[in-house]
Every structure is written in C-alpha cells, then in structure tokens.
Write a protein that binds this ligand. Structure first.
Ligand code: HGY
Ligand code: MN
Ligand code: MN
Length: 413
C-alpha cells in the first residue's frame, strides 16, 4: 500500500529559521554548544512541539531525547529518525538541525493526515554529537550503542573544566532511562552532505552507504618559557615552533593519503604573551579515511613526525589517541528504502560514503541504520555561512517520510 503523504516545505523551513534563533549569531550562524543554555532552549522548544502532536517525550541518562508516536503494534521497537541539535561554536543553521526538524515535519504530516503506522515512530535528538565542547564526537549515541559507559561521558570536561554531568544536570535533561535499554527497529538520519559532491553533480539526494573511519588525538608539547629579547635563538625550546612543524606535517599526511583527510583544528599556546618564547602548546589532530589500513599508516606517520620534530627542537611531548570510530557500512535494506523513496519523488541521486561523522555511525552497531544526504551550498559546513535551500530541505524530508513508511510497511509483513 503506497501512500501519497506530502510534507509541508514551508512549515519545515519556518521551524529551521525559528530554532536558528536559539544561539543565533550576528553572521547568521548558530552557537549552540552541547548542554548549554541555548541547547536547553531548543530542547524545550522541541519537546513542546512533539507533545503538541501527542508524542511522549523522554530523555535517557545522557540526555538523548526520544519523541515517540504510538503505532498499531507498540510491542515493536520504534522506527527512529534521529540527528542532533547541538552545533559547533561557529556552526550553521542546518548541520544536525535539519535531521531533527525534518523528522518533526514527518511527525506533523503523519499526525495531520491521521496516518496510523504499524510500529511506533520516534524522533531522536542525540546529545553532544559535535564533540566540540565535550570530546569525543557522537558521545551520547556512543553510550546508547554501548561504545562508552555513561560514567565516561559524565566525566568528560570542556576547556573550562565543566563536566558533561554538571552541564547535563544544570539544564535538567538527565533522564532516568538507561541509554541503550531503548531498542530501535531502525534508524534513518537526514543530514546536509557538508561537502561539495551532490551540488557539483547536481544530485538532490545522497544515498549514504556508510561513514569513513575517524581518529582524534591530543598532543601537549613542552619547551621552556623564555624572554624573547634576551634569549639567543640557539638556546630556545620553542613549543610553538614545534607545533607549527607538526601542523605542516599533519597537512602533508592528509595530502599524501587522499581521499583521507588530516587536520589540526584546536591549538592553545601558553603563556600566549607577545614577549615570551612559548613553553607549552596543546593541540588536537583529526585523521579520517574510508580504509582502516590507510588510517593506520596515517597514524604511524603522525607518530614518527612527532618523534623527529620534537627531538630536533629539543622539546618534550605527550600524544594520546582519545577516540577512534572505525569505518561503518549501513544496512542494505534501509539503503534500498531510501533509493526507492528518492525514485518515487523523481529526485536525482548518487551513492556516497560520509566524510563527516554522524550519530548514525554508532547507532548502526545496535539497529539497522542508514542516512540520507541533501546538498549544501558550496559544500560548506561547520561555518556560519552554511546554507541550503528550502527545496533541498523539503526533498530530504519527503524521502525521509517515504523511507520510514516503506520500512514500517515492510516490518509489518
Ligand atoms: O566531526 C564530525 O565529523 C561531526 O561533524 N561531528
Ligand atoms: Mn552533524
Ligand atoms: Mn557537525
């Protein structure tokens, strides 16, 4: 039984623009760090919108939010549509928000059309997907998938020393349910591509088949604070010079291993005074590649670059791999629902592997999972200028709706 339910593009766009005000920045982006006051504002708004549709809204022990709409057979685990509402410090309006708000639009459409599904349908807002405030990324979906114990999440601290648990309790989103006790029949995540492929190829839908492997490292370089005027060049132990050479080396590793990527994104220089030779630098490294063996090569090249750079400059250093998420393949049967849904609406599509990390990468460990991409302008993301059109958001939401209904009908057989 096929349906012709149509999502409401204008209503979806309005919700995207309304919620963009929670943490909205001068330049038109969003600063809505995980478990911040702005995150609480959007969570409260989301909860009220879902309850207005008759959904029950709960939170688990790490703040993951579940808005559930009953179906005919509520013994079945829900079919979920999830993403995240937290953003980068200079994030855009669509990264994460599109997936949650398109899911809300699907829920609104089912509700107003009085369409009864067989299985319960659920929207999930995963806590702290970005990992910008509380590293690593995808932290709470990782707890849900059994990758991390909740205590690991609780003790993660931001750069001001505030713990995840303190922030979670402060916004009153620590729920009673154990993360992961909540089974899912399936999860679909709609997301902007955050890269240029769909736009360059004029494709509306990305049929995402998996996510590349990702690893994060934290490096502390120790030299010696010294006077910039009185200390001769040959006597210096300049930690910032060591950092500069490592930044170059990391970029060279990325260039050499394309389509892999390698980035130093966060750096803290101490004492960061114009007339002190820096004695200490903290920096982070992000390595990614679709192939685990290549990722291993990149990692060992990083370690040998550290070794020779630091000994040549007489610097001490400490390197710690704080996170690794291996390459993931999504569920073929869900990928087919996405393909069929895009075909039904006549959208041009192409298969692709996600360059960015997503909660779907962890949820795929405990439930059949897949993703849907739509283009974003210039492939730009993690940037306040991130943009996409109402038409593209609506296309993604329509494919999400049709894929979820097809999944529900298939499970009912
Ligand atoms: O890092 C990532 O890929 C994601 O945006 N958190
Ligand atoms: Mn995201
Ligand atoms: Mn992101």
């Amino acid at each position: 039984m096929r349906t012709n339910l149509q999502i409401n593009a204008r209503r979806l766009w309005e919700s995207l623009m309304t919620t963009a005000r929670f943490g909205g920045t001068e330049k038109g982006g969003i600063r809505r760090l995980a478990l911040s006051d702005e995150d609480k504002q959007v969570r409260d708004w989301f909860k009220a919108e879902c309850e207005a549709l008759g959904c029950t809204v709960t939170a688990d022990e790490v703040g993951n939010m579940f808005a559930t709409r009953a179906g005919r057979d509520n013994r079945l685990p829900p079919i979920a549509m999830g993403s995240h509402l937290d953003t980068q410090p200079t994030g855009g309006k669509f990264d994460g928000a599109l997936g949650v708000l398109a899911a809300l639009e699907v829920m609104r459409t089912l509700h107003e059309q009085d369409y009864e599904t067989n299985a319960p349908i659920e929207i999930v807002n995963w806590t702290n997907e970005e990992g910008s405030r509380f590293p690593p990324a995808m932290l709470a979906s990782g707890v849900f998938a059994g990758v991390f114990p909740p205590e690991y999440a609780y003790e993660r601290t931001d750069r001001d020393g505030i713990t995840f648990l303190e922030a979670l309790e402060r916004i009153s989103y620590r729920g009673p349910a154990k993360a992961g006790d909540h089974k899912l029949s399936a999860m679909f995540e709609l997301h902007i591509e955050q890269g240029p492929i769909l736009e360059n190829e004029k494709k509306m839908i990305g049929v995402v088949t998996g996510v590349q492997g990702m690893r994060w490292y934290e490096i502390t370089i120790n030299g010696e604070d010294a006077h910039t005027g009185a200390t001769p060049m040959y006597l210096r132990k300049n930690a910032l010079l060591g950092a500069a050479q490592i930044i170059e080396a990391v970029d060279a590793i990325g260039q050499k291993h394309q389509p892999g990527v390698a980035t130093v994104g966060l750096i803290e220089n101490k004492p960061n005074s114009r007339n002190v030779v820096p004695g200490e630098v903290f920096l982070t490294v992000d390595l990614r590649h679709p192939d685990e063996t290549a990722l291993n090569d990149m990692e060992s090249e990083l370690r040998s670059a550290l070794e020779c750079t630091m000994s040549a400059l007489k610097l001490a250093y400490e390197e710690k791999k704080i996170w690794g998420s291996p390459a993931v393949k999504f569920a073929p049967e869900l990928i087919d629902f996405v393909r069929d849904a895009a075909t039904k609406s006549g959208f041009a599509m192409r298969d692709m592997v996600s360059g960015a990390g997503h909660d779907a990468a962890y949820v795929a460990r405990v439930a059949p999972t897949t993703m849907i991409f739509v283009p974003c302008e210039g492939g730009l993301s993690h940037n306040e200028a991130e943009a996409t059109s109402s038409e593209e958001c609506a296309a993604g939401a329509q494919v999400l709706l049709d894929a979820v209904i097809a999944c529900d009908q298939s499970l009912a057989k």
